[in-house]
Design a protein around this ligand. Structure first.
Ligand code: NDP
Length: 280
């Protein structure tokens, strides 16, 4: 058996087509969406992610402003720059590229982002809106995962979705969104007992762990939809997901590749959130 590959790059291209029209319509009204990004330090992976976000903005005619701060700045300097973007009329949406240097309290820094400019739905106001099922900015990666599942008509209502990982940016919000689609959701983490048994019961499996090849084909229910969020750089320089793609693709019904699955959808949803913020 060979799984259907869920092509995030192709779906992202479709999303861009729609967004380009919306950006042109906004331009006709004299509005240019603007994305602000704060990058602290010179982590090579973060540099790549920020470059890709800026490129996506350029592709769509969205303005972007990257504030680069050295890795040894103090927390108050980062907060000062967040507040400057909060007050910047040319910026409708912003994010702080994570991870921040270890010396900083990530939650405290992020709490200074104005909730109506929160590009990644990371503030407590938007997280609370998601929890209560009311309107708010949705985190980009979880939003992209739901779009991928819908694009490939993966049945969600009544399905058992297992999410491995409980981070604020992926695991928790994607669990909420899957529940909104009427999945029965189990959220797992490093202390989950009998993890393999839980994983094997998943109709939809989301892996957001950060451990290369952690999930192998023998752990997967035949025909399951497998969403691999992990981006792990191996010593060889190659990128690998949290799922062993070859063995999993022999068992799964659907699977996302790494790269080319969830990653491009995360950036497409960032653009979508930015255009929506500008429209409002
Ligand atoms: P975090 O490190 O914040 O969270 C990892 C989660 O995995 C934790 O909840 C942890 O459990 C759980 N975990 C770790 N080890 C195990 C284990 N042995 N068994 C079960 N659960 C385990 O990571 P993120 O959520 O930020 O990111 C996860 C991965 O996704 C990373 O590779 C990251 O690079 C990638 N990523 C990709 C994106 C994309 O666009 N494709 C976007 C964001 C992230 P516990 O809470 O108990 O510690």
């Amino acid at each position: 058996m060979s799984a259907v590959i869920m092509d995030g790059k192709a779906l992202a291209a479709k999303v861009y087509e729609g967004l380009k029209i919306q950006v042109e319509t906004l331009a006709g009204k004299g509005v240019t969406p603007g994305l602000g990004v704060i990058l602290v330090g010179n982590d090579p992976a973060s540099e790549v992610y920020v470059r890709n976000k800026v490129r996506a903005c350029e592709r769509l005619g969205i303005a972007s402003k990257v504030v680069r701060l050295s890795g040894d700045v103090c927390e108050s300097e980062v907060i000062k720059n967040i507040e400057a973007l909060n007050g910047d009329e040319g910026i409708c949406s912003m994010l702080v590229q994570l991870p921040l240097p270890r010396s900083m309290d990530e939650d405290r820094v992020l709490s200074h982002i104005a909730f109506d400019k929160d590009a990644d739905g990371i503030t407590v106001q938007n997280a609370g809106a998601l929890l209560n099922g009311i309107k708010g900015a949705l985190p980009c990666t979880p939003r992209g995962i739901i779009e991928l599942l819908k694009e490939y008509s993966v049945p969600m209502s009544g399905a058992h979705a297992v999410v491995v990982g409980r981070s604020n940016i992926v695991g928790k919000p994607v669990s909420m969104l899957l529940q909104r689609e009427n999945c029965t959701v189990t959220m797992c983490h490093s202390k989950t007992r009998n993890l393999n048994d839980v994983i094997r019961s998943a109709d939809i499996l989301v892996a957001a762990i950060g451990k290369p090849g952690f999930i192998t084909g023998d752990m997967i229910k035949p025909n399951a939809a497998v969403i691999d969020v992990g981006i792990n750089r191996l010593e060889s320089g190659k990128l690998m997901g949290d799922v062993d793609f070859y063995s999993a693709s022999q068992v799964a019904g659907f699977i996302t590749p790494v790269p080319g699955g969830v990653g491009p959808m995360t950036i497409a949803m960032l653009m979508k959130n930015t255009v929506e913020a500008a429209s409002q």
